[in-house]
Design a protein around this ligand. Structure first.
Ligand code: CAA
Length: 373
């Protein structure tokens, strides 16, 4: 099967980004959202992203016009009837996604593949909202989708191997680096990333460090492109809370319970950049945070890093993902300069294990203990 028509349902930050990825790669794209204002917002997001690329000289005006001409927008599912693939990028609410999949199942041609961009929900449960679970798959992009080169391809126990192979071929045609994995809460990257982000907000909530200290610590001492509070604002704090709830329901570990600081911001409607404010205010141009307190920065940096490296070691040990896929996911999905296993080999595994034990003892959090050898 060769794909020519691709549909995207949901035109928020991720949906609009996915539309751009496919249209740039030459596919005919239909973007559908639930209301006319949501369609207009998605269309405006695409236009903004393309005009930024044109003004930076990365794209000619003709190329930008050709990309725009490949995309149709609308608010009716029937526009998706002839699509070879439809990717759903709606908010992280299972009942909403299952409702969308049930509707897609009734309008999209029988040979069409249905994919979800869910960040953590069960692809299996979503697939069961349709009568074609063998043709349902997870295709998880990272924000901003046109920039991040990693895509997780999630198959369920019912996915048809042919469907998986077709999606892998398609993903490669987009110039993305793929990891093929099974259906587990948070998959590779979000399981690791969200625990790290939650840890940062737990530190913030405890008063041990400010948001600026946390952000400048990770930017300056590990060369991350963004600190944790800035990244939470970029992803959307509401989305992060939903992902953590799914992970927490699976692990039952206190460290996965969404941190109070995040939950309160969501309750107040301050969900991050998309709402105009979150950990930071985006009314004015966002300034890169700096903070001069080196002692606090070093401490929180080391704690966040060691807990995260321990999680990466534990994930690889379960056999869920390889070191190579974990490293690629964190570098190509989140723009980190080094993969966790590259960091571990630079620091030395023995040193990491000692630091894990020290962190567990000092904080009393058993989950930070190194794995038994
Ligand atoms: N859409 C399209 N392109 C964009 C963009 C957007 N929204 N934002 C930035 N870009 C492009 C810019 O045009 C620029 O392209 P060129 O290099 O070709 O000129 C490039 O990205 C770098 O942008 P900037 O110079 O403006 O800004 P920056 O260097 O500060 O980078 C960033 C911005 C790419 C967002 C970078 O800070 C980064 O990688 N941050 C980490 C983001 C991350 O971790 N994402 C994953 C989150 S987890 C997730 O998404 C999964 C989930 O389910 C929750």
């Amino acid at each position: 099967m060769s794909f020519s028509k691709v549909g995207v349902v949901g035109l928020g930050i991720m949906g609009a980004g996915i539309v751009e990825v496919f249209a740039r790669a030459g596919y005919e794209v239909t973007g559908v959202a639930e209301s006319i204002p949501a369609v207009d917002a998605g269309q405006a997001n695409l236009a903004k992203s393309l005009s930024r690329a044109v003004s930076k000289g990365k794209l000619s005006q003709e190329e930008s016009d050709a990309i725009t001409a490949r995309v149709i927008f609308g608010s009716e599912f029937k526009l998706l009837a002839e699509c070879d693939l439809v990717i759903e990028a709606a908010p992280e609410i299972l009942s909403l996604k299952t409702e969308i999949f049930s509707q897609l199942d009734s309008v999209v041609k029988p040979s069409g593949i249905l994919a979800t961009n869910t960040s953590s929900l069960s692809v299996t449960e979503i697939a069961h909202a349709t009568k074609r679970p063998a043709q349902v798959i997870g295709m998880h992009f990272f924000n901003p989708a046109p920039v991040q080169k990693f895509v997780e391809v999630i198959s369920t126990s019912e996915s048809d191997p042919k469907t998986v192979a077709q999606i892998v071929e398609l993903g490669n045609s987009l110039g993305k680096h793929l990891a093929q994995i099974s259906d587990q809460p948070g998959f590779i990257v979000n399981k690791l990333l969200l625990r790290y982000l939650n840890h940062a907000v737990q530190i913030l909530d405890s008063g041990q460090a400010s948001r600026e200290q946390l952000d400048s610590a990770m930017r300056e001492l590990s060369n991350y492109p963004m600190g944790p509070c800035e990244l939470l604002d970029l992803i959307g704090i509401d989305t992060c809370v939903e992902i953590l709830k799914t992970i927490y329901a699976d692990t039952g570990l206190e460290i996965d319970q969404p941190a109070t600081g995040m939950v309160q911001l969501v309750k107040a409607g301050n969900t991050g950049r998309k709402s105009g404010s979150g950990f930071y205010d985006y009314a004015d141009a966002h300034q890169v945070p700096t903070d001069a307190n080196d002692e606090i920065k070093t401490q929180v940096h080391n704690d966040l890093l060691i807990a995260y490296l321990g999680d990466c070691i534990a994930m690889e040990a379960t056999g869920y993902a390889t070191k190579a896929d974990i490293d690629s996911g964190m570098k190509l999905g989140c723009g980190l300069p080094e993969g966790p296993f590259e960091v571990i080999s630079r620091l030395g595994l023995a040193k990491v294990r000692v630091a894990q034990a020290e962190l567990a003892t000092r904080t009393g959090v058993v989950a930070y203990q190194p794995l038994a050898l």
